[in-house]
Structures are given as C-alpha cells and as structure tokens.
Design a protein around this ligand. Structure first.
Ligand code: S3P
Length: 439
C-alpha cells in the first residue's frame, strides 16, 4: 500500500552522497525519438518513474518494442511505421508526455486519443493543438484540455511560429511535428527555455538550427538510432540542494551525476544570490548534455528579488525555492511565474497554503509569491497531489521546529521513485503515514 502521506521529522544535520536519478524530460524525449528512429536506440539511465513509463507504454501501443537489457539499460526498437493505437494513450500525470506525443503523432496519419489523470485533464492543451492545426494537423481538444483526439490527416506544412509563453513542451511538440513536415519548422521563444529536444535531435543526427531565439528543424527527417545516456535530473537534485543549504552538517551533501544544462540550472543562480555555497566538480558531457557533481554546504540565506528572466530556467524548482525562502532572512519575491498555476497543481496557490500551514508569512500574487523568511513550524500540509510540492515540504521539514505531515504524496512516483530512500541516505527520515494511522 502506498503511503497516503508522510511524516517528516526535523533533522538538523544532513550529510552524505547520492546518485541523482535520471532526467524526466530527457527520458520522455528518448522514448519518443526512439519510437521513430531509423534503427534501435539504446538508453542508459532512463528514469523508471510513472510519467516516463506512461510514455514508454504509449510508444509500445504505437508499435515500438522496448527491451530491458542485462546491464540495466533499455533498447527501443522502432516499428517500420507507427500504427494507430487500439486504446486511448494514457499519460497519467504527465504534461510533457501528452504534449510531446501530440506533436510527434500529428504528422503520422494515425487516429489516436490521448488522455490522462484528473490533474492532466485540467491542463491547457490548445497551446500545442492550435499551432499544430496551423501545420495541417487535425486535433480536437475537450474544451481546451485532454482528452485529445488526433485524426488521420498526415501531411504537415512547416510553420514559423512565435511561442506566446516560454514553454519547452510546446517548442518540443512543434519540433517533433517538424520532423515529418515538409520544409523548415521554426519555433521562436520569448525567453530561453529548456533545449533537451534540440540537443537530443542533434546527438541522433538530425541537424537543428538553434540559439536564444529558439530552434528550427527541416523535414522530413528521422533520428538515427544509437546510444544515449540520460543524466541525473537537476529538478530532483534541487530538493537536496535546498536541503543541504538548510540543514547540512559539517561535511557537504554530495550529489553525483547531475544534469547541468544551463536552461535548467536557474535555481543555482538564485540560491547563490541568496548566499548559498554550491560547488560544481568533474564537469563532463553525456549525449550532448552537461553533467557534474555538486557539493552543498549549510548557509544562512538572505531573501532575494528573483530576476524574472531566471523563472523559465528554474520553473520546476520554484516550489523548492519557496521553501528555501521560508528560511532566508528578509523577503523573497518571485514574479513572472504565472505558468506555475497550470502545472500538476496550481503551484502558486498550493505552495502559499502549505507555507501558511507551517507558519510562514506569504502573500499570493497573480504571478508569484512574496515570502517573508522566518522558518517553518510543524504542521499539516496538503500537497494537492503535486509531487514537487510534496518533496519541497519534506525537505523544508528538515529545519522546522516540529514534524511536518504532508498529505497526498503518491504522485512523487511520477518523477522521483525512491525519494524516501534518497532522503534517508542523507539523514532525513520520511515516514509513511497511512490514512488509518493519522491522529
Ligand atoms: C518540461 C518543460 C516545462 C516543465 C515540465 C517539463 C519539458 O514545462 O515545467 O516539467 O520536459 O519540456 P513548460 O515547457 O510547459 O513550461
């Protein structure tokens, strides 16, 4: 039985070393590109989380085969041609899975239904469906949300599209559609956002023009097969980066194999502005992605006014940042983060309520939060079913003045199966709280 919640006790001195699990964004992309590659694609470090497994099952429903290798890797065997799935494709909690797959399928002339859980059914899909329609795809949304219905139209025309929001999911969906479109598909971004699709396409032999302006692919083209190594997920590392700053002991916390793509590491810049000490060592490259090991020391943080241009570079780490801010001296302000309202939960509202529940002074704004540092006390926080909210409060509990109970944590398995064990290795005890045992 999975825990209904967690009880996390304060743990004043964390320390030790962990290997960070595989990157969720890159794992989705490897599965999707493997399914349309010219030859088998072998992958090491694929994240075996619920979200990425949903994408794996989806590509299997489209005719790809996925083999488990003796060394722990996977081999994706693409079919000659994708086939129409006989059942709706279920993406569970995963916005990345459903949006990228919509782009990939748009030009394949297949009929498919793409759906997900209650949270995913609340998330906006016209942001991908509308530009794909302008390429010639036939896609219906359900009042703008999943389920999505793609029907058999195949021929796509390339477009030149300016993203209204800096969304890597939308950019990627259009680039994936561009693989099967005739001509040069150009996606312009209003601010730099993650570029894993571009890097992976390049490492699989598909030329991509790219820069701060966005990216372009010229189709039709197909990725080659080959071998890919997925680096550790910076977004998973983020929880323990903050944990180390809040509650590290004499020795630093060490995180090994962390993906350091500069479109993902905005949190490091913000935490350094706040006085955090984070050392980067052994920089290396794996499959076109920068990777390094991190060492983090306890620090007395000070509040910061977060520059809005860092927001897309730290979008998934903002819940963890809000927790760091709760322990910083003075105020921390995050603006320009309205996208947080359409993530797995409304992360602005859910984080604000959670922070209040543990005694933090917080003011909710339309596009962010204003947090007055002062520390957390014990209490009960509802994660709203959001994995990143749950993990953020778990690490916040390390330095709280009493235990924090976190409700509705099952979705942690969507991105970080084994979070509790990783926390335990570093000295933070995250105990299951079954519904019937709650006081
Ligand atoms: C992702 C992009 C981000 C991020 C999400 C994963 C991706 O979303 O929040 O968790 O893999 O491309 P947006 O691009 O929609 O902001």
């Amino acid at each position: 039985m999975s825990a209904a919640g967690w009880r996390v006790n304060p743990a004043p001195t964390l320390g030790g070393s962990i290997v960070v699990p595989g990157d969720k964004s890159i794992s989705h992309r490897v599965m999707l590109l493997g399914a349309v590659a010219e030859a088998p694609l072998e992958v090491q470090g694929f994240l075996q989380s619920e979200d990425c497994l949903a994408t794996r099952h989806a590509v299997e429903s489209l005719g790809a085969r996925v083999e488990e290798l003796a060394d722990g890797g996977l081999r994706v065997l693409p079919p000659e041609q994708l086939r129409a799935p006989s059942v709706p494709l279920d993406f569970g909690n995963s916005g990345t899975g459903i949006r990228l797959m919509t782009g990939l399928l748009a030009g394949h002339g297949l009929a498919a239904v793409l759906d997900g859980d209650e949270s995913l059914r609340r998330r906006p899909m016209e942001r991908v469906a509308a530009p794909l329609r302008s390429m010639g795809a036939r896609i219906e949304t359900t009042a703008g949300r999943p389920p999505l219905r793609i029907s058999g139209q195949a021929r796509l025309e390339a477009i030149d599209y300016a993203l209204p929001v800096a969304s890597a999911q939308v950019k990627s969906a259009l680039l994936l559609a561009g693989l099967s479109a005739e001509g040069r598909t150009v996606v312009r971004q209003p601010a730099v956002c993650r570029d894993h699709t571009e890097r992976l396409l390049e490492s699989l032999g598909c030329p991509v023009e790219r820069g701060e302006w966005g990216a372009a692919v010229t189709g039709p083209t197909r990725p080659s097969g080959g071998q890919v190594v997925v680096p550790g997920d910076f977004s998973s590392a983020a929880f323990f980066i903050v944990a180390g700053l809040l509650a590290g002991g004499e020795a630093p916390i060490e995180l090994q194999g962390v993906g350091m793509n500069p479109t993902r590491t905005g949190l490091l810049d913000i935490l350094r502005m706040m006085g955090g000490r984070i050392e980067i060592s052994s920089p290396r490259e794996e499959s076109g992605e920068p990777v390094a090991d991190l060492r983090i020391w306890r620090a007395d943080l000070v509040g910061a006014d977060v520059p809005p241009e860092l927001v897309p570079l730290a979008i998934d780490e903002l819940p963890a940042l809000f927790v760091a801010a709760a322990y910083a001296r003075g105020e921390t302000r995050v603006r320009g983060a309205e996208e947080l309202r359409v993530k797995e939960s409304d992360r602005i509202a859910v984080m604000a309520r959670g922070l209040e529940a543990v005694g933090v002074e917080v003011s909710e704004q339309a596009d962010g939060l204003l947090i007055r540092g002062g520390g957390m006390r014990g209490g009960v926080v509802d994660s709203g079913g959001d994995h990143r909210v749950a993990m953020s409060f778990a690490i916040g509990a390390a330095r709280a003045s009493g235990p924090i109970e976190i409700l509705d944590v099952a979705n942690v398995a969507t991105s970080f199966p084994g979070f509790e064990q990783a926390a335990a290795t570093l000295g933070l005890s995250v105990e299951p709280l079954h519904a019937e045992h709650r006081a």
